[in-house]
Structure formats: structure tokens, C-alpha cells
Design a protein around this ligand. Structure first.
Ligand code: HEC
Length: 223
């Protein structure tokens, strides 16, 4: 903004007055810069249109959100495993694997007890009673002794469900890349009809090496 300052000096020339007064007045004339006056004369957006414009980005986000909502039916084994975990395991092991009545599984703990996936699947099939209170389970270095309280899931979950929940726990709580790879491989061969895991593991007789064969076959079929 530019200011034009006019100094006006008003002098009284009246001869009769003994002491002529000198009055000084300053008038400040404010002149708009060109862009300011342009803005003042421009047509204004009405208030309601302005608020509608403000809402536009939110509308856009909501719209895109509805377009990209994940397909509810697209469930691989990891997704399936997460659902089973929430239904069957979280009450004792915590919604995010933080533990409770059952051990903490997250922060990689589950991988320390079970370095081998087939041993973990066997444990979940048989539970505390299947292993027998006082016996050891998992990696001998971990030193776990069955104290009781872990249900057997061999009659409740079929092979696909047990493997899915095991993969979910290892991938999400154990940060296991191997589990993510195995899950992807399983998704492919199940979808291609090359493997069917709808049978149930017999908790009385199943061994971890029999379960390991499923994973070997998965690798062999995929590669
Ligand atoms: C009723 C409570 C309960 C439920 C439900 C439960 N667990 Fe457990 N879980 C336990 C207990 C208690 C132990 C320790 C068992 C023992 O010492 O005999 C355990 C141990 C484990 C372990 C070994 C952890 C370690 O570090 O020693 C894993 C893995 C496990 N559970 C996975 C699961 C999965 C998977 C499910 C769901 C399919 C599940 N649990 C459901 C109570 C439960």
C-alpha cells in the first residue's frame, strides 16, 4: 500500500492578531495498490459456495474410500488365521498377542518357543492335555513345561484352520517372513485346487513330521 502524505500549512495572515498562529495539519491519503483494488472490486464467492468448496476435499476422500473398500470375500490364509485368532485364541493370549491367561505371543515370543512351524501346529492340535502336564513342549532351549490350560483344537479346527492361525501368529506376532511366503504359496495351491486341507488332524496320532510334509509339498508344488 502506498501513502500519499500531503502537508498543508495553514497560516493565519490576519494582521490584527498580535501573535499569528501557525497551524499545521497532516492529512494521510491512503491509496490502494492495484492488486488490492482489484480484489475489492472482484465478484465475491457467496459464503455458502465457499463452505461447499471447503467440504470438497472431504467428499473426495469419502468417495475414494468407498471405491477402495477391500473385498470382504477375498480371504487368504493369513486373513482367515486372523479371524480364527480373534474368535478362538485372543481371549487367553490377548487381542494383539500381548498375553493373558496364556503366554504372550507377540514381539517374536512365539518364534522363540517354536522355531519350527510344524511343532507349533502339533501343539495347537493337541493342547496341554495332549502333551501331558509336566512334559516339555517347544524348543528344549526355551524350557517350557506343560502346566495345563491350553485347549486342544484338533477336533475344533480343521487342518487349514490350524495352519492358518499358526501362520497368522508367526507372521503378525513373530514377524516371520517365512510365514508370509508360505501363506502366499498355500493361497496359490489351494486356489488352484492342488491341495485340500479340509481334513482334521487326529490329535491322538498326528506327529510334527507329518505336518511338516504338508509344508514341504507346498514348497515343491509352488517352485
Ligand atoms: C483358555 C485359554 C487359552 C486359549 C483359548 C488358547 N490358549 Fe494358547 N495357551 C494357553 C495356556 C494356559 C498356555 C500354556 C499351556 C501350558 O503351560 O500347558 C498356552 C500356550 C500357547 C502357546 C505356547 C506359547 C509359549 O510361548 O509357550 C501357543 C503358541 C498358543 N498357546 C497358541 C494358541 C492358539 C493358536 C490358540 C487359538 C487357536 C490358543 N493358544 C488358545 C491358554 C489358551
Amino acid at each position: 500500500m502506498s501513502h500519499k502524505v500531503l502537508h498543508l500549512q495553514l497560516k493565519s495572515n490576519h494582521q490584527l492578531r498580535p501573535q499569528p498562529k501557525r497551524v499545521e495539519k497532516t492529512i494521510v491519503v491512503v491509496e490502494d495498490a492495484p492488486y488490492v483494488s482489484a480484489a475489492k472490486t472482484r465478484n465475491k464467492i457467496p459464503w455458502w459456495a465457499a463452505s461447499a468448496l471447503l467440504c470438497l476435499p472431504i467428499w473426495a476422500i469419502i468417495y475414494v474410500g468407498t471405491l477402495e473398500r477391500p473385498d470382504v470375500e477375498a480371504t487368504g490364509v493369513l486373513q482367515h488365521g486372523a479371524e480364527i485368532y480373534a474368535q478362538r485364541c485372543s481371549s487367553c493370549h490377548g487381542a494383539n498377542g500381548g498375553g493373558g491367561a496364556g503366554y504372550k505371543l507377540n514381539d517374536g515370543e512365539v518364534m522363540i518357543t517354536f522355531p519350527h512351524i510344524e511343532d507349533m501346529a502339533e501343539w495347537i492340535t493337541k493342547g496341554s492335555d495332549g502333551f501331558g502336564v509336566g512334559n516339555s513342549y517347544g524348543d528344549p532351549e526355551r524350557g517350557r513345561i506343560v502346566a495345563g490350560g491350553m485347549p486342544a483344537f484338533g477336533d475344533v479346527l480343521n487342518a487349514e484352520e490350524i495352519i492358518s492361525v499358526v501362520l497368522h501368529e508367526r507372521a503378525v506376532f513373530g514377524n516371520s517372513e517365512d510365514a508370509v511366503i508360505l501363506a502366499t504359496e498355500l493361497d496359490h495351491i489351494i486356489e488352484a485346487g492342488e491341495m485340500n486341507l479340509e481334513m482334521y488332524f487326529d490329535a491322538e496320532t498326528i506327529t510334527s513330521s507329518e505336518i511338516a510334509e504338508i509344508f514341504e509339498e507346498t514348497h515343491n508344488t509352488t517352485s
